[in-house]
Each structure stands twice: as structure tokens, then as C-alpha cells.
Ligand binder design. Structure first.
Ligand code: NAD
Length: 297
């Protein structure tokens, strides 16, 4: 089975590598040359461009930053033709990017009009989960399309949920990431408070991890440097999940809230915090660097 994998960033690169190591014939591509070179060094075949990557592919996976990248890739924009006309009827597109549910439905409608199947399958679990192949997939689309995707998704993830029709995976994902943005800011605030009052951040983190404040950030992604060697905080907040990507997700959450007049006061506040952090020049740093905003310099 040939799989085109497009978007080889912090997440896409380890996901494509896992499929290659599972024995699939992966044809990978990214607009960034260094991203292609890193994966080529691991033995994954790189296509000359996106069009070449989908040649003969039964499945096309995309892992791109935002709605506009996914729409441009499949539908085309002013500068590039879209990929959809190049796909044979029956090809399955799996978009793993986190984008607006409306954008997923727009691409799905255009795909279906050509006999191409489409599911949105955004992920959770971070770069650690992508490397370990233990991601959680939140899938929107037909049950039959999901069943076709399942063996492939199982090589990259440990949990696969069918959230509903096309776009439902994206809706689940932005609910989750709104909560993640809030809990990372709250966890950072609590650690910064304890440290300012003389506590050792390792000791405080362990106390809270095993108490009622325990959460994913304390388990796997501590924002304080020196507490967890595997977290982006230990690498100067490089790699991981960029502040600007979290800001995008919190914006999507607010758009969804506006559409149905939902009250999301903490989500709105979290979006403003990450926006200020990004404006201060930290957009490319991992989102857990939000703790730097809450500490005395
Ligand atoms: P990233 O910025 O590291 O990588 C995105 C890659 O897409 C880049 O290498 C870029 O060059 C490439 N790209 C953009 N447009 C392209 C195009 N038209 N053709 C080919 N390549 C193109 O981002 P990431 O951290 O890998 O995240 C990807 C998606 O997954 C985002 O939607 C993000 O919100 C989501 N996500 C990220 C994480 C995380 O921990 N990093 C976790 C869950 C979900």
C-alpha cells in the first residue's frame, strides 16, 4: 500500500517514520528542505513535490499547520493547483492537522464530488506521543472510511475515537486544546507561585501531580525547566507544540463558541495570554514557555 505523507514538521515527521517502519511504502513531502532532509536521513523516501508524492497512493495523509494550508494543498490557491484532481476515485484522504471544522467540511465536499474519501483525524499526545506511536486520533467522517483508515492510524496511535461526521474530529480537538491551553497556564501559575514562595519546583510538581491538581502537564509536560528531562522546557522550549499553534487552536475554540453563543470565559482569557506571549516574540517557542510570562526575571 502506498501512502503519501505531506507535512513533516514536529508531528508529521515521526508519524511518517512510524508508517515507514511498519512496512508501508511512504512517499513523503514538505515544503521545507531541512524537514525533508531529516526524514530522508532516517530512510524515508522523499518525493520531489506534493503532486509526485500522491502518484499511485491509495492513502494521502496531511499534517499541516492551519486551515489555509490544508485548503491550499487540496483545493489550490493563487499560486498552486490543488491535489484533489490528481487523486484517483476511491483514494482516502486523512487530514491530521488541527483546522476549523468548516474548512474540513469544505475540503471533504470537494473530495466527495470527485469520489475521493475524506476524514478529519486530528491528534493529541504531543511530539512524544507521535514518536512513541501512542497518539489519540479524533475522527470525523463516514464509519466505512474510518475502518479503511484504522490499520494505518493504529501504526501511529493507541486510541482512535469516532467523534461523528466530517468536522466532528476537529470540534473534539479544539475542545480538548482549549482545556489544554487553560490547564497549562494554570499549572504554570501554580508552579511560579510556589517557587516565588521558596518551594522546590520538583517537589511542588510531584505533590500536585499526586493531589487533586494532578493533570497531563504535571504528568508528561512540566513547563518548569529542570523538572522533567523529556519535556520541551528541558530543551529551551524548542520542538514540541508551538505557542502560535496553541494560539490558533484557542482562536478556533472562540470562533466555535461565538457561532453557538457558548460561554467560554477561561478559553478567552487563555487565548489573550498566549497572544500576549506570542506578541512578546515567543510564538515559535513551545506553548509551555507561557510559564516565563508568570515568573520574576
Ligand atoms: P510544524 O510547524 O512543526 O510542521 C508543519 C509542517 O508543515 C512544516 O514543516 C511546514 O513546512 C509544512 N507545510 C506547510 N504547508 C505545506 C504544504 N503546502 N506542503 C507541504 N508541507 C507544508 O507543526 P506541527 O507541530 O507538526 O503541527 C502540525 C499540526 O498538528 C498543526 O495543525 C498542530 O496544531 C497539530 N498538532 C500539533 C501537536 C504538537 O505537539 N506539535 C500536537 C497535536 C496536534
Amino acid at each position: 500500500m502506498k501512502i503519501a505523507f505531506i507535512g513533516l514538521g514536529n508531528m508529521g515527521s515521526p508519524m511518517a517514520l512510524n508508517l515507514h517502519q511498519a512496512g508501508y511504502s511512504v512517499q513523503a513531502f514538505d515544503l521545507s528542505r531541512p524537514a525533508c532532509d531529516r526524514l530522508a536521513a532516517a530512510g524515508v523516501p522523499i518525493a520531489a513535490d506534493a503532486a509526485a508524492s500522491v502518484q499511485g497512493a491509495q492513502i494521502v495523509i496531511s499534517m499541516l499547520p492551519a486551515s489555509r494550508h490544508v485548503e491550499a494543498l487540496f483545493l489550490g490557491d493563487g499560486t498552486r493547483a490543488g491535489l484533489l484532481p490528481l487523486l484517483a476515485a476511491g483514494t482516502l484522504v486523512i487530514d491530521c492537522s488541527t483546522i476549523a471544522a468548516a474548512a474540513a467540511r469544505k475540503v471533504a465536499d470537494a473530495a466527495h464530488a470527485r469520489g475521493v474519501l475524506f476524514i478529519d483525524a486530528p491528534v493529541s499526545g504531543g511530539t512524544g506521543g507521535a514518536v512513541a506511536g501512542s497518539l489519540t486520533f479524533m475522527v470525523g467522517g463516514d464509519a466505512a472510511a474510518l475502518e479503511r483508515a484504522r490499520p494505518v492510524l493504529e501504526k501511529m496511535g493507541a486510541n482512535i475515537f469516532h467523534a461523528g461526521g466530517v468536522g466532528a474530529g476537529q470540534t473534539a480537538k479544539i475542545c480538548n486544546n482549549m482545556l489544554l491551553g487553560i490547564l497549562m497556564a494554570g499549572t504554570s501559575e501554580a508552579i511560579a507561585l510556589g517557587v516565588a514562595n521558596g518551594l522546590d519546583p520538583k517537589v511542588l510538581s510531584e505533590i500536585m501531580r499526586r493531589s487533586s491538581g494532578g493533570n497531563w502537564a504535571l504528568e508528561k509536560y512540566n513547563p518548569m525547566p529542570g523538572v522533567m528531562q523529556t519535556a520541551p522546557a528541558a530543551k529551551g522550549y524548542t520542538g514540541g507544540f508551538g505557542t502560535d499553534l496553541m494560539l490558533k487552536d484557542l482562536g478556533l475554540a472562540q470562533e466555535s463558541a461565538t457561532a453557538v453563543q457558548a460561554a467560554t470565559p477561561l478559553g478567552g482569557l487563555a487565548r489573550s495570554l498566549y497572544a500576549a506571549h506570542s506578541l512578546a516574540g515567543n510564538g515559535a517557542l513551545d506553548f509551555s514557555s507561557i510559564i516565563c510570562m508568570l515568573q520574576k526575571r
